[in-house]
Design a protein around this ligand. Sequence first.
Ligand code: PHE
Ligand code: NA
Length: 452
Amino acid sequence: MSDKTQSIHGAWSSRFAFILAATGSAVGLGNIWKFPYITGQNGGGAFVMVYLFCVAAIGVPIMIAEIMLGRRGRQNPINTMQSLAVEAGADPRWQYMGWLGMVGGFLILGYYSVIAGWSMAYIVKSFTGQFFSSDAGDIKALFDDLMASPIQQIFWHTVFMLATMQVVMRGVQGGLEKSVRFLMPALFFLLLILVAYAMSSGGYEQGIEFLFNPDFSKIDADAVLTAMGHAFFTLSLGMGAIMVYGSYLPGHVSIAKTTFYIAGADTIVALLAGIAIFPLVFANHLEAAAGPGLIFQTLPLAFGHMGGGWLFGLLFFVLLFFAALTSSISIIEPAVAWLVENKDLQRREACLWAGGACWALGVAVVFSFNIWSEHKWFDKNLFELLDYLTANLMLPLGGLAIAVFAGWKMKPAHAEQELELPAQGFQAWQFLIRYVAPASVFLVFLHVLGVL
Ligand code: PHE
Ligand code: NA
C-alpha cells in the first residue's frame, strides 16, 4: 500500500538504474528476432505503421499505468492488485489479473529461453567460422541443422535458463541492475554497424521501401492483432513484469518521462533491426516471410561478407544473448517475488521452482521444432500456440485490465499523486487510458472474432 516506501526485495539505486532495467526488460528478442520476422510475414510497411500506432496510443499510456500500479502497491503483481483494489474500494478479484500475468510469464519464458538458446548456439557458430560461406543456401542449412537437433537446442536452452536463474537469485541491485549498464549501449552500437553494412548491400532501397511504404491491402484482422499484441510484448506490458519493476522504483521519480525513454529506446532498436535485416533479405533474394529463422538466415550472410565478420557476428550474438537475459529475468521476476512473499520461500528456492517449470516447458517447445512438429492445435505447433496465446491474447487482456483499473477504478486523486504530471499531461494520459487504449484493444478483439 501507499504507506510502504519500499518493497521487501529492495529498490533500484536511482532513476537511471530503473530506466536501464526496464529498458533491459523491453529490449530483447522481441525487437531483434520477433519484430523483423512478423513484419516479414505480414507484408511490411502497413504492419509497421499499425505497430507504431499501438506503441504510442496503447503501449505508452498502459506502461505509465503499469509502473504506477507497481510503485503504489510495492508487492508482487497479485498482491499489488489485491491491495490496490481494496484501497480503491473495488472487487478484490482484480488480483486475478496478477495470476493471468504470472501464468503468461511462464508460457512466454518457456519459448523465449529456447530462442535465446539459438542465439547462444550462433555465438559458437560465429566463433568457429561457420558463417564464412557467403552462400544463402549454406547459411540456411546451418539453421535447419540446429532446428533438427533436439540435443543442441535443449543444451543451449538449459544454459540460458541457468543463466537467468543465476541472475535472478542475486536480487534487485546485485543481479538485475548490474547486468544492464554496458550491454544496452553496446548492442545499439553493433546494430549501427549492421545498418551501415546493410546500406552497402544493394538491397537497401528495397528494404526501406518494404519497411516504411504502407500498403494497407496487405493486412487483415489477424495482422492487426499481431501488431497490437507485439506492441504489448515488445514493451513487456500486460503481465506484471513492468509492474514488479515499478514496485522497486523509488517515489518521486517521473513515471511518464521514464516511460518515454523506455518506449523510445525499444522502438528505435526494433526499427534499426528491421533496417539492418530487410536489405539483406532482398539483396540475397531471400524470403521476407521466412518465419522465426529470419535473423538467423540473414545476418550471418552479412557477417560472412564483412572483414572481421566472425568477430562482429560473435559480438552480435553475445549481445543478443544479454538482451534476452535482461528480458528473461523480468519475465520470471513476478513469479519469484510471489513465491517469496506468499509462499515464504527463499529467493534461491523460488528461482529453482519457477525456473524449473519454465525449463520443462521449454523442452517441449524444442520438440515442437522437430520431433513434435506435426502435433498441432488450431493449426499451430506448440511454439506458435504459446506465442499466439501470450502475445495476442493474454498480454492485451492483461493490458486491458490494467487500463480499466488505472483509468476507472483507482481514485483519480491517487493516480494524480503518483504521476505528478502537469494538469494537461494528466488529462491527456487519462483520456488515453480511459478511452483510447481500452477501446482499441476491444475493437481489435471484436474485429478478429469477426463481429466487426
Ligand atoms: N519485451 C521483451 C522483448 O521484447 C519480452 C518480454 C515480454 C519481457 C513480456 C517481459 C514481459 O524481448
Ligand atoms: Na522489446
